[in-house]
Ligand binder design. Structure first.
Ligand code: FMN
Length: 227
């Protein structure tokens, strides 16, 4: 059996419960800013926006994969993807979704639980047109999650789209694929996890108690959960 016994104690600062804001927004954006700053200073938080996203398929089988959190507003964190991918089809049938950001070197993680809501077309277009030309061509190329016989086949398809919509350095060089879009997570829960010594970690969970955004006071209760 592979030896997996190496241990590291998590010597984080934990979470100062008394300093937590009444709604998760400023804690969430503060932690994200900390992660970005740490990556800039020390280079040990690569892709701080890497978001693990779990969905459930029609048989009840969960699927998890990493995407980039490329949307963050008071109505939830979000990401962009192929709407006909595994995750896209799962979310069309069942919007239940869970996601997490993990910043291992900082002994911090944030978990989101909620349901997925499609991002509006203008938001999707705004993001798509900000992407590099090659990524926009790849969005057309990839029938994400479906089988392809060879790498060569994929590259040939890429070349076909590249020839159809050459790079003129403009944001509208490549149209937005009709099968491409984004989702935000309308959160029921937002958990802040802080790793501490002896595995006696801190978990403070914002639980939705009413209507409102991630920044709305009175919408959230805060619950400490056992580690
Ligand atoms: C760091 C990282 C970032 C990624 N970002 C995205 C993304 O923003 N959108 C996306 O659709 N896939 C992204 N992927 C690929 C997904 O992990 C996954 O392979 C793909 O979306 C297909 O997932 P599905 O078949 O479960 O739908 C990323 C992968 C990694 C490792």
């Amino acid at each position: 059996m592979t030896d997996l016994s190496a241990r590291q104690d998590y010597d984080g600062d934990g979470i100062d419960e008394a300093a937590l804001p009444p709604a998760p927004w400023s804690a969430l954006t503060g932690w994200l800013a900390d992660a970005r700053q740490r990556e800039a200073d020390r280079g040990d938080v690569p892709e701080p926006e890497a978001l693990s996203v779990a969905t459930i398929d029609e048989t009840g089988q969960p699927h998890v994969r990493t995407v980039l959190m490329r949307y963050l507003d008071t109505d939830g964190p979000g990401f962009y993807t192929n709407l006909e991918s595994r995750k896209g089809l799962d979310l069309q049938r069942n919007p239940a979704v869970a996601a997490s950001l993990t910043w291992q070197s900082m002994y911090r993680a944030i978990r989101f639980v909620g349901h997925a809501v499609p991002l509006p077309e203008d938001v999707v277009t705004g993001y798509f047109t900000s992407r590099p030309w090659g990524s926009r061509i790849s969005a057309w190329t990839s029938l994400q999650s479906r089988p392809v016989k060879t790498r060569e086949e994929l590259e040939a398809t890429y070349e076909t789209y590249a020839a159809r919509w050459p790079d003129h350095g403009r944001t509208d060089d490549v149209p937005v694929p009709p099968f491409w879009g984004g989702y935000r997570i309308d959160c029921h829960e937002v958990e802040l996890w802080g790793g501490r010594r002896n595995r006696l970690h801190d978990r403070l969970v914002y639980v939705r108690a009413g209507e409102g955004g991630l920044d709305t006071e009175g919408t959230w209760t805060i619950e400490r959960r056992q580690p």
